[in-house]
Design a protein around this ligand. Structure first.
Ligand SMILES: Nc1ncnc2c1ncn2[C@@H]1O[C@H](COP(=O)(O)OP(=O)(O)OP(=O)(O)O)[C@@H](O)[C@H]1O
Length: 245
């Protein structure tokens, strides 16, 4: 599998404040889901913002399919195959599902390609096909999230950044959304995922990276992290929060 997204030694923060990321490195390969785990404020969303060009790093590199893209604006990165699905709901609520999905492909000139991409996302997300003419604001939170995924896939990204996709969803809908992420992975997309729901996300992810003090503190196969007592205690609801001596 090839490295699609490489974040190398990132130092980044906001304004004049101390950096939030202090030498963070993460690699995501094609067809792989990498999950960032860490407490509130650890900098997980900041990693995604630097990767997608919303925040320029103070130092370090972002590589997309081997090319350095550090500091490029989001639209340039989108054109090169990097999509970012932001935290919360970002569908246009007054517009139909169809209009939302078409917006994702607005830079495509060839209408035959647009039709082919629409057919593909409808196949991947049946709810998008079923509710095609519905006003997006009338859909449930989980359905809206799938419209966001469909919109993001219209440009056939190589890598997709997902910030808390299960936020505000009930457990059953969360399962559906995670199944959809698994489907995206199977199409060969590289997925960098941030989730509060660490246990469930790691159950689905290939690799996990635990952030602490602006760096990747522990990383490895997601299954191994799930069994790691350090992680269990701190992030997976495994009991006391103090390290043994
Ligand atoms: N736009 C901003 N301006 C200033 N500081 C910010 C901004 N966004 C985030 N921060 C600060 O950066 C730090 C990391 O925030 P970030 O949102 O990346 O953390 P997170 O791990 O995603 O947290 P959560 O799990 O709560 O979403 C926090 O201290 C936060 O207050």
């Amino acid at each position: 599998m090839s490295d699609v997204l490489v974040l190398r030694d990132l130092v980044a923060g906001y304004g004049r404040a101390d950096p939030v990321l202090r030498g963070l490195s993460v690699t995501v390969r094609a067809g792989q889901v990498v999950c960032l785990v860490g407490p509130n404020g650890a900098g997980k969303s900041t990693v995604l913002k630097v990767a997608s060009g919303l925040l320029a790093p103070r130092s370090g590199e972002v590589l997309l399919e081997g090319a350095e893209v550090t500091g490029l604006p989001p639209q340039a990165l989108l054109a090169r195959g990097l999509a970012h699905v932001l935290q919360g709901h970002s569908v246009f609520r007054e517009m139909t599902v169809a209009e939302n999905v078409r917006l994702g492909g607005y830079t495509l000139r060839d209408q035959a390609v647009v039709r082919e991409r629409i057919a593909r996302v409808k196949e991947l997300f049946p709810v998008v096909a079923e509710r095609w003419a519905t006003i997006a604001g009338l859909l449930s939170g989980g359905q809206q999230k799938q419209v966001e995924f469909a919109r993001a896939l219209m440009l056939q990204p190589k890598v997709i950044l997902l910030d808390e996709p299960s936020m505000g969803l009930d457990p059953r809908t969360t399962t559906t959304v995670f199944e959809q992420i698994d489907l995206m992975r199977r199409t060969g997309v590289a997925v960098l995922l941030v989730e509060q729901n660490a246990r469930r996300a790691l159950e689905m992810a290939d690799l996990g990276c635990v952030l602490d003090l602006g760096r990747v503190h522990i990383s490895g196969p997601a299954g191994e992290l799930l069994a790691d007592p350090r992680l269990g205690r701190l992030y997976l609801g495994g009991g006391v929060a103090s390290e043994p001596g």
